[in-house]
Design a protein around this ligand. Structure first.
Ligand SMILES: NC(=O)c1ccc[n+]([C@@H]2O[C@H](COP(=O)([O-])OP(=O)(O)OC[C@H]3O[C@@H](n4cnc5c(N)ncnc54)[C@H](OP(=O)(O)O)[C@@H]3O)[C@@H](O)[C@H]2O)c1
Length: 327
């Protein structure tokens, strides 16, 4: 069934009610009206890169992209943790040839080394999924002195995208997907936030750092889509709902216990990312924020939409911190 005014209304009600929409209930309901799956061979002969591929949603995205025919580069901090995912791909999709590669996306040296290796292996990259995610209860700094959530979710992915830009441009309507979180709705991108990107001023909390950096992903993805317009690269952000993964269990143990029966499977959490990478509908526009195959508002109320000057502060900081001058 195609989306009608009624199904759009129902979908929006699910969204606003949060729990039904974010859980597996929302996933099941929306399947009845959401857009078609990508063509079965949408990524045949193409390369796709998935960070945070060793676990949870990233592992499921990797399998989903391999099913569409992609050579998937499964990326994480440990080859040992990535190998079982590559084995699963080979087992489930015998024609697939996944490539395991290590990269700590929070460490710029590691990102640069990975981009160089990848650049030597492929002429073009059709899909880049920034899925790696983390939550630390204490304020931690990376090798280059950046707050961990900011570096993992924003700065590292920003740098990686810029380093792979030529390879993305060489593909056919390449996709860059930023895996954000519904938690970002709790942290509008205010001027105060823009002035304290490294979370030095306010009292640190892991969940706040996570939500702030997930908000920044949405802002940066939008700006990147504008900068890359005309380069045949489509940049989107999304949230997967509530998904039963090791990361979710570790980050929110009590909430996981409470919601266990209605949490999504990793495959359900991965669905929209795979769809965005393979579906022509993801190229109708760029810079949108998605959930369950539909573009969503990025704030609860329009007054929470960030100011252009604050957005620019974030963009300039990404460039300065990573030493990149985007063309
Ligand atoms: N589960 C949910 O309900 C939910 C909801 C909203 C958003 N999300 C987002 O979805 C994404 C995946 O989360 P998940 O729930 O599947 O969690 P997960 O099971 O903990 O997976 C996280 C992945 O990120 C990788 N990772 C962490 N830090 C990294 C780094 N510095 N460099 C490279 N890889 C790194 C981990 O790999 P290694 O440790 O092996 O390196 C792991 O593969 C995250 O971005 C998360 O914020 C999840």
């Amino acid at each position: 069934m195609a989306a009608s005014p009624l199904t759009k209304f129902l979908d929006t009600v699910l969204d606003k009610a949060v729990a039904p929409g974010y859980s597996r209930l929302g996933y099941a309901a929306r399947q009845a009206w959401w857009p078609a799956d990508p063509p079965a061979d949408a990524l045949a002969g193409k390369h796709a890169v998935v960070t945070g591929a060793s676990s949870g949603i990233g592992a499921a995205i990797s399998v989903g992209l391999a099913r569409l025919g992609a050579t998937v580069h499964v990326v994480g901090r440990s080859a040992e943790r990535l190998e079982p995912v590559a084995d699963r791909i080979r087992r489930e999709i015998p024609r697939a040839e996944p490539v395991v590669d290590e990269c700590d996306v929070s460490d710029f040296d590691s990102v640069r080394a990975f981009a160089a290796r990848l650049g030597g292996r492929t002429e073009s990259i059709q899909a880049l999924v920034h899925n790696a995610g983390t939550m630390s209860q204490r304020r931690t700094e990376t090798a280059q002195g950046h707050e961990l959530a900011l570096a993992t979710h924003v700065l590292g992915p920003f740098l990686l995208t810029e380093l792979l830009r030529e390879k993305l441009c060489a593909a056919d309507r390449a996709r860059v997907v930023w895996m954000s979180s519904g938690g970002m709705y709790t942290k509008p991108f205010t001027h105060d936030l823009a002035e304290d990107l490294e979370f030095r001023q306010d009292e640190y909390s892991g969940t706040a750092a996570y939500a702030r950096s997930k908000r920044m992903q949405v802002v940066v993805a939008r700006m990147m889509s504008e900068r890359l317009a005309g380069g045949d690269i489509f940049v989107h952000s999304m949230h997967p709902g509530w998904v039963d993964t090791p990361g979710f269990q570790d980050g929110l143990p009590r909430f996981t216990k409470l919601t266990k029966p209605i949490l999504r499977t990793p495959e359900q959490g991965a669905d929209t990312a795979v769809w965005l990478c393979g579906s022509p509908e993801a190229t109708v526009a760029s810079g949108l924020f998605w959930h369950d195959r539909r573009a969503r508002h990025t704030t609860y109320v329009p007054a929470q939409i960030e100011e252009a000057d604050d957005r620019q502060i974030l963009w300039d900081y990404c460039c300065e911190a990573t030493g990149i001058t985007p063309a």
